[in-house]
Design a protein around this ligand. Structure first.
Ligand code: F6R
Length: 613
C-alpha cells in the first residue's frame, strides 16, 4: 500500500524523503512524488513507475526549504499515472494520502458544484481541496485539518503542508499506520519506522483519529477535536543494517537465508533449553495467568489472511491434536462479514506479520466488542493489532522487506508450535518425555534448516526446467497440507503461475483431471502418520502422467523411485517437518521467478501491508 514520508528539519528534505521512500518500496507502489519547499512554495515533482524514475527527475532539482513530503502510490482510485500521483496540490496546500476515502463521490459532487477544478481521478485530491478551503478561512493548518477530519469516511493516513506556514506539518490517520520520528531539532512522519531508522530510533505511534501538529521542532499530538494527548515515546532496537540486502541479490533471498537464525529467535523466549521444556512467554498477561486462561478456554478461534492464515491452519491441527481444544479458523475478510457465533470462554487469536492488515484488525475489533480475550501474534511490535490485543506473542523475525513472506512464516509456525505444546502441557495431556522430545525437535530445526538451504543451488540449476510446466499442484496431508497451500501461494505471487495447494486426499474429487505431463505435482511426503496415505496419492498422480517432485524424509528409496525429482529433507520429528519443507518451496518459487525475469521482492499488484480491505 502507499508509503508516506514527511520531514521538517535542518537536513536536505530531498535526501531524507527519497531515502525514506526507498525503504517503503516493499509496501508496493506504482508511482511516486515529492513536494518540497523552495522559494516559499512547495515544488512538486512526480513520476509514474518506479522510484528510480522520480529519482532521475529529481537529480537536477534543488530545494532551499526545509520542509517536504513524499509518497509512493499504490493505485486505488484512478490509474497509476503521473497526473494521479501524490502529492496533490490545491491553493498552496500539498497533501499525501494512504488509504481510501469512502465518501469521495459525495465530496467530489459538492466540490464540483462549488466550481472546484479537480485535476486527478483520485479520492486524495478531494481532501486537499477541503483543507485548502478551510485553511483560507482559518489561516491555520491544524485548525483546517480539525474541520475536515469529521467529514472523511474510510481508511486513511494523511500528511499535509501549506506554503504559508513553512514551519508547520500536520498529519492524521484513521486506519493505515502512521508514525512520528523524533530527532534533534527535526521531526519525521512515515508509514512505518523502517523509513526512518537511519535518522532516529525514537517514535510515537499514532492512534486512529489523532492529529500530529508539528511546528518547528515542537510536536503535539491532539484528538480530532484538538485536545492534547500524552503519548509514549517508543525506542526501536532494529538497526538500519537489519533492513539492508547484505550482499544478497534480493531481500527475499536474504530473508530465506536468515531462517535458521529467525526460527531460533522466535523459539528462544518460549523454551527453557536446559530443561527441554516449553514455557510460553506472553506480554500483556504473565505466564501463570496465561496458563490459567488456557486451562479454562473451551474454544479457540484463529483469524488471519494469506500466509498467516495457512500458519493458522497448522496451529489448528496442532492444538486440536496436542491440547484437544476445538479450533475455528477463518479468513479475516470472511469472518468479519459472516455473523460468526462467538461464545464466551472462546480465546480469540489474530495472526498478522505486519499487524496492520485491515480485515484482520476489523475481525479483532469485532471479537473485542463481543467481550472476548484477544491474543495476537505479530512481527511488528507496536503495530495496531499488537497495540489493540490483550495478550501478545511475537514472531521476532526482524524486518521482512520481500513482499512475499518467508521468514515471518516460519517464525509464526515456530511460535504456534510452542503455543500448542504449552496448551497440551497445562491440560496435562503431554508426558514429560513427549514434551522433551518435541522441544528437542524444535531446537534442532535451526541447524536442520542450514542443511535444507543447500536446495538454493539445486533450484537455481533446475529453474529453466521448471519453467516448462504450465502449472503446479502442491499436495500434502495433515501438517503438510497448510505447507502445500503456502508453497502454492509463493509460486503464484512470485512466478505468476497457476499453482494450487490441495489436501492430497482431495485429488480424486476433482484436481486429478488437471494432471498431465505439463502439470508438476509437488508432493509433500515426510515420514509421519500420513505417509502411507500420501504415498498412495502420489501413485495415483503418477499413474495419470503427472511429473512428481517429492519432498521426503532422508533417503527414501520408494519415494525416489516414484518421482522425477526427489528432495531428501533431514529426518526429523513430525512436529519439525512443516518447518523443514517450507524452505525448498520458497527457494523453488524464488528461482523460477528469477529465471522468468520477475521482480521477486515486489511482485506485481501486491503490497506488503494490506491496510485497506
Ligand atoms: C504472502 C503474504 C500475505 C500476507 C497477508 C496477511 O506472502 O505475505 O499473504 O500473509 O497479506 O498479512 P499479515 O500477516 O501482515 O496480516
Amino acid at each position: 500500500m502507499c508509503g508516506i514520508v514527511g520531514y521538517l528539519g535542518p537536513l536536505n528534505p530531498k535526501d531524507v524523503i527519497l531515502q525514506g521512500l526507498k525503504k517503503l518500496e516493499y509496501r508496493g507502489y506504482d508511482s511516486a512524488g515529492v513536494a518540497i519547499l523552495h522559494d516559499g512554495h512547495a515544488k512538486r515533482i512526480r513520476a509514474s513507475g518506479k522510484l528510480s524514475a522520480l529519482e532521475d527527475k529529481l537529480k537536477s532539482e534543488t530545494f532551499n526549504g526545509h520542509l517536504g513530503i513524499g509518497h509512493t502510490r499504490w493505485a486505488t482510485h484512478g490509474a497509476p499515472t503521473e497526473r494521479n500521483a501524490h502529492p496533490h496540490q490545491v491553493g498552496g496546500v500539498s497533501l499525501i494520502h494512504n488509504g481510501i476515502i469512502e465518501n469521495y463521490q459525495e465530496i467530489r459532487q459538492e466540490l464540483l458544484s462549488k466550481g472546484a477544478e479537480i485535476s486527478s481521478d483520485t479520492d486524495s485530491e478531494l481532501v486537499a481541496h477541503l483543507i485548502a478551503i478551510e485553511v483560507e478561512k482559518t489561516q491555520d493548518l491544524e485548525l483546517a485539518v480539525e474541520k475536515v477530519l469529521p467529514r472523511l469516511r474510510g481508511a486513511f493516513s494523511i500528511v499535509v503542508i501549506w506554503d504559508q506556514a513553512p514551519q508547520d506539518m500536520v498529519a492524521f490517520k484513521d486506519g493505515p499506520p502512521l508514525v512520528v520520528g523524533l530527532g534533534d531539532d527535526q521531526v519525521f512522519v512515515a508509514s512505518d519506522v523502517q523509513a526512518l531508522l537511519a535518522y532516529t530510533k525514537k517514535f510515537i505511534y499514532l492512534d486512529d483519529r489523532e492529529i500530529v501538529s508539528v511546528k518547528g521542532s515542537q510536536v503535539q499530538i491532539l484528538t480530532s477535536q484538538g485536545a492534547p494527548v500524552v503519548k509514549e515515546v517508543v525506542e526501536i532496537n532494529w538497526s538500519p543494517e537489519m533492513v539492508e540486502k547484505q550482499g544478497f541479490a534480493h531481500y527475499m533471498l536474504k530473508e530465506i537465508y536468515e531462517q535458521p537464525r529467525s526460527v531460533a529467535a522466535a523459539l528462544e523466549p518460549h523454551i527453557q533449553a536446559d530443561k527441554h521444556e516449553v514455557q510460553l512467554s506472553t506480554e500483556g498477561l504473565n505466564s501463570e495467568s496465561f496458563q490459567e486462561l488456557l486451562k479454562k478456554t473451551k474454544r479457540f478461534c484463529i483469524v488471519a489472511c494469506g500466509t498467516s492464515f495457512y500458519a493458522g491452519q497448522l496451529a489448528k491441527y496442532l492444538i486440536e491434536k496436542l491440547a484437544q481444544v476445538p479450533v475455528d479458523l477463518d479468513v479475516a475478510s470472511e469472518f468479519r462479514y459472516r455473523s460468526p457465533l462467538l461464545e464466551k470462554d472462546t480465546l480469540f487469536m489474530t495472526i498478522s506479520q505486519s499487524g496492520e492488515t485491515a480485515d484482520t484488525l476489523a475481525a479483532l475489533r469485532l471479537a473485542k466488542e463481543k467481550g472476548l480475550q484477544i491474543l495476537s501474534l505479530c512481527n511488528v511490535k507496536n503495530s495496531t493489532i499488537d497495540r489493540e490485543a490483550h495478550i501478545k506473542l511475537y514472531m521476532r523475525s526482524g524486518p521482512e522487506i520481500g513482499v512475499a513472506s518467508t521468514k515471518a512464516f516460519t517464525s509464526t509456525l515456530s511460535v504456534l508450535s510452542c503455543l500448542a505444546l504449552q496448551w497440551g502441557k497445562v491440560k496435562g495431556l503431554l508426558s514429560q518425555k513427549d514434551e522433551n522430545d518435541m522441544v528437542q525437535a524444535l531446537l534442532a530445526v535451526p541447524s536442520q534448516l542450514e542443511v535444507v538451504l543447500a536446495y538454493d543451488k539445486y533450484f537455481k540449476e533446475m529453474a529453466h526446467q521448471l519453467r516448462n510446466y504450465r502449472g503446479f499442484l502442491y499436495m500434502g496431508r495433515g501438517l503438510s497440507y497448510p505447507i502445500a497451500m503456502e508453497g502454492a501461494l509463493k509460486m503464484k505471487e512470485l512466478a505468476y503461475l497457476h499453482a494450487e495447494g490441495y489436501a492430497a486426499g482431495e485429488m480424486k474429487h476433482g484436481p486429478l483431471a488437471l494432471i498431465d505431463h505439463r502439470m508438476a505435482i509437488v508432493m509433500l511426503c515426510p515420514q509421519d502418520q500420513w505417509y502411507e496415505k500420501t504415498f498412495s496419492n502420489l501413485e495415483e498422480a503418477k499413474a495419470r502422467g503427472g511429473e512428481i517432485l517429492a519432498l521426503g524424509s532422508g533417503e527414501d528409496e520408494s519415494l525416489k523411485m516414484k518421482s522425477q525429482y526427489y528432495l531428501p529433507l533431514p529426518k526429523a520429528h513430525w512436529l519439525a517437518n512443516p518447518l523443514l519443507s517450507t524452505i525448498p518451496l520458497q527457494l523453488m518459487a524464488y528461482h523460477l521467478a528469477s529465471e522468468l525475469g520477475y521482480d521477486v521482492d515486489q511482485p506485481r499488484n501486491l503490497a506488503k501491508s494490506v491496510t485497506v480491505e
